[in-house]
Design a protein around this ligand. Structure first.
Ligand code: PMP
Length: 369
């Protein structure tokens, strides 16, 4: 494990070496924004550091309530509920919504915590090949229960591609299944005001009744929320164990996150800059013949195939002052090791050019091995 001793924009210091990082999920460059820091400090001055208890005891503060309202409004949902992490949100939702033996259909590349949640609930978990709506339909259809849950990432964390949300929504409507989208990597990045992959696809709360997203990525903070109809939120408050039995996030974190929501919604230049950097990277990588994957989001992996090759590429980049992590099995399927490059509005064009120059020198062009 690497210890980071200093962070400055997209650069980090580790072991006394300054590295330009392409591995943070701070896609909009908000994590170090002075306004977030000021909001955090002011709330800490007023409310202290810890919330003191779980939400249902006496930990639910004004800062939490205000953030929940802002998140519900942003995502066009009736209500929203905060969780301390995305992992806990997904465990909590699946465990609260699924009875033992009920069907949960999931994309094979969903994040680990969605899969873990279904298993923890004792649900019958069926995983369809990545983004294969027909296969999902067959899995849903094989069950005569009407209360199946179909869960998908909005943007896939290791591939960067976007789920076929309109088709999945139609399928769920047809089969009377509930659609849940984990938009950890879409919120803030996709959609006109950053409301995420579901909003970008033109889908509403009716189509996607369970929307989950994290606060530690594009919003630059930490934590997560689930948004949807009041009946869903009431149910989670009653039954989601990872909501009930844990300390509420620090109120100062909620205040800083509220500030991040306002900035993510209104500072469109962040998304525009990010998208321009994504295009610049993809054009440069294409010219170099690098093994790009089909992604238009901030996650721009290079598929290298062999785990050792990915590791060596990551080390060679580090020797050139760049921090890019190698992702290997079991996080990704066998034979699909990759460099997971993430871009951020905190980067400049010159940073992307520096990355492309370093990648060019590694001779990564060609098909994965
Ligand atoms: N869902 C997805 C798609 C993720 O990528 C992650 C985190 N990497 C999580 C959930 C978990 O979120 P958290 O880090 O807040 O626990």
């Amino acid at each position: 494990m690497r210890t980071i001793t200093r962070v400055e924009g997209p650069c980090v210091e580790s072991n006394g070496q300054r590295l330009l990082a392409f591995c943070s999920n701070d896609y909009l460059g908000l994590a170090q924004d002075s306004r977030l820091i000021a909001a955090w400090k002011q709330a800490a001055d007023e409310s202290g550091v810890g919330s003191g208890s779980a939400h249902l005891i006496c930990g639910h503060r004004r800062e939490h309530a205000e953030l929940e309202e802002a998140l519900a409004e942003w995502t066009g949902r009736e209500r929203a509920l905060l969780f301390s992490t995305g992992y806990m949100a997904n465990l909590g939702v699946t465990q609260a919504l699924l009875q033992r033996g009920e069907l949960c259909v999931q994309d094979k590349l969903n994040h680990a915590c969605l899969l873990d949640g279904a298993q923890l609930a004792g649900a019958t978990l069926k995983r369809y090949p990545h983004a294969d709506v027909d296969a999902a339909a067959r899995q849903l259809h094989s069950d005569d229960e009407a209360c199946a849950l179909l869960a998908t990432d909005g943007v896939f964390s290791m591939d960067g591609d976007i789920a076929p949300l309109p088709e999945l929504a139609m399928l769920c409507a047809r089969e009377s299944a509930t659609l849940m989208v984990d938009d950890a990597h879409g919120l803030g990045v996709l959609g006109d005001d950053g409301a995420g992959s579901v909003a970008e696809a033109g889908l509403s709360e009716r189509d996607v009744p369970v929307l989950m997203a994290t606060l530690g990525k594009a919003l630059g903070c930490s934590g997560a929320f689930v948004a949807g109809p009041a009946s869903l939120i009431d149910g989670l408050v009653q039954f989601a164990r990872t909501y009930i039995y844990t300390t509420a996030m620090p109120p100062a974190l909620a205040a800083a996150t509220h500030c991040a929501v306002t900035l993510a919604r209104t500072e469109n230049w962040r998304r525009e800059k990010l998208n321009a950097l994504i295009q610049r990277f993809r054009q440069g990588a294409e010219q170099l013949g690098l093994p790009l994957m089909a992604s238009r989001t901030a996650i721009q992996p290079l598929l290298l195939g062999d785990a050792q090759r990915a590791l060596e590429a990551s080390r060679a980049l580090e020797a050139k002052g760049l921090l890019v992590v190698a992702i290997r099995p079991p996080t990704v399927p066998q034979g699909q090791a990759r460099l997971r490059i993430t871009l951020s509005a905190a980067h400049e064009e010159a940073h992307v050019d520096q990355l492309l120059e370093a990648l060019a020198s590694l001779r990564l062009a060609g098909a994965p091995v």
